[in-house]
Design a protein around this ligand. Structure first.
Ligand code: SAH
Length: 352
């Protein structure tokens, strides 16, 4: 996809952008964008007109416009954005209270999209139903955070790359976006507050290991053996569980960082206790935490969530397997189709 102009926030800190602009002016623009979320030349009133005109000739500022905000009963909010080429993407803002008794604090997590649609065709997920339209640019990834922060009116504490798309299939745009998110000059969010989830692109996991920051990595496993995983995730035919884990081991070794195995529970597909035992074995092998996610049902797909009793039994069996940690993630935003796997490619309709 070619736009007429790039976004300024595709390359906000690169020297060639600022050629003949004095340093203090560049700093003024940076403040408008990253501290005040003003993505509009007219609002940058302390800049000379001639300078704004020159920049405007070369760059767009606003990566997307808000089309809709849906609020969920559990206070999760889903934003629908329209990009400059009229494609639609979503981000989900998830408030949570953390801490026990005495000290409690609230934290805001934003679930960010990295592509329009998805090419991976995991059989249970809504995001890939219409295939991949295109990669997001760096500025479109960062823009979701800037604009969601503006909407929320407060700091966003955690970022999870678990929205639409496969983050590791878009590393050329994602890595510079990570730079901006981590930089104190950009969004200033700590690496330990960023989690990237992947369906398991093994060579890209090795590539990501070279990225110097301590970001968190989560692997969408969803099957304890190749037969079960391949049934629901075609990517497993390209990179088997063993190949995937070899890449994970390299990542762990290089980054000295624990990873998480995500495991969605789908009725009659991957929820029997044998799978729980395999999952525990994998978790021990990688010294990885396990995150169990009861399946969120998707319109038009026939997969079902197991019964509560079945989920509990699976959870217990993994726990008994002496794993470094296992949590059960209850969905947020289910009533507004904002839960994991429910973000889908949408077309603009007159109802929006
Ligand atoms: N492409 C990346 C990130 C996107 S989804 C990945 O595959 O990891 C984030 C998580 O939600 C993944 O673990 C994904 O498998 C899971 N997911 C997808 N559809 C789901 C559904 N309907 N219910 C619950 N989790 C789902």
């Amino acid at each position: 996809m070619k736009f007429n102009k790039p976004l300024l926030i595709d390359h906000p800190f690169e020297d060639w952008v600022w050629n003949d602009v004095p340093k203090f002016r560049k700093e003024q623009v940076r403040k408008w964008i990253f501290e005040k979320e003003k993505l509009n030349w007219n609002q940058m009133f302390n800049l000379p007109k001639s300078m704004k005109e020159k920049l405007e000739e070369k760059f767009d500022l606003m990566p997307m416009e808000k089309v809709q905000v849906q609020g969920s009963r559990d206070t999760t909010q889903k934003f629908l954005w329209i990009l400059r080429d009229n494609q639609l993407i979503e981000s989900v803002l998830i408030p949570a209270t953390i801490g026990t008794k005495g000290i409690r604090a609230s934290r805001l997590t934003l679930c960010v999209s990295t592509q329009v649609g998805c090419a991976l065709q995991c059989k249970f997920c809504a995001s890939g139903l219409d295939g991949l339209k295109r990669n997001l640019t760096t500025g479109e990834i960062v823009g979701q955070i800037l604009l969601a922060r503006k909407e929320a009116g407060k700091r966003i504490d955690n970022i999870v790359f678990m929205g639409m798309g496969e983050p590791l299939a878009n590393l050329p745009a994602l890595l510079p976006a990570l730079d901006q998110i981590l930089s104190p000059k950009g969004l200033g969010i700590g690496a330990r507050h960023l989690t990237l989830s992947t369906s398991g692109l093994a060579p890209k996991i090795i590539e990501l290991a070279k990225y110097p920051a301590q970001i968190r990595l989560a692997i969408s496993l969803h099957g304890g053996d190749d037969e079960t995983r391949s049934k629901i995730m075609p990517i497993n035919d390209r990179y088997s569980i063993d190949e995937l884990f070899e890449a994970c081991e390299k990542f762990i070794q290089k980054r000295k960082k624990m990873i998480t195995l995500e495991y969605i529970l789908i009725k009659g597909v991957n929820d029997d206790l044998r799978q729980a035992e395999l999952l525990a074995r994998h978790s021990r092998r990688l010294n990885a935490k396990v995150n169990l996610i009861p399946y969120n049902e998707v319109d038009g797909l026939n997969w079902k969530r197991p019964s509560r009793a079945k989920i509990k039994a699976f959870h217990k069996r993994v726990e008994k397997g002496d794993v470094p940690g296992v949590t059960l993630r209850m969905e947020k935003g289910f009533d507004i189709d904002a839960a994991c796997g429910q973000l889908r490619l949408r077309k603009k309709t007159s109802a929006d």
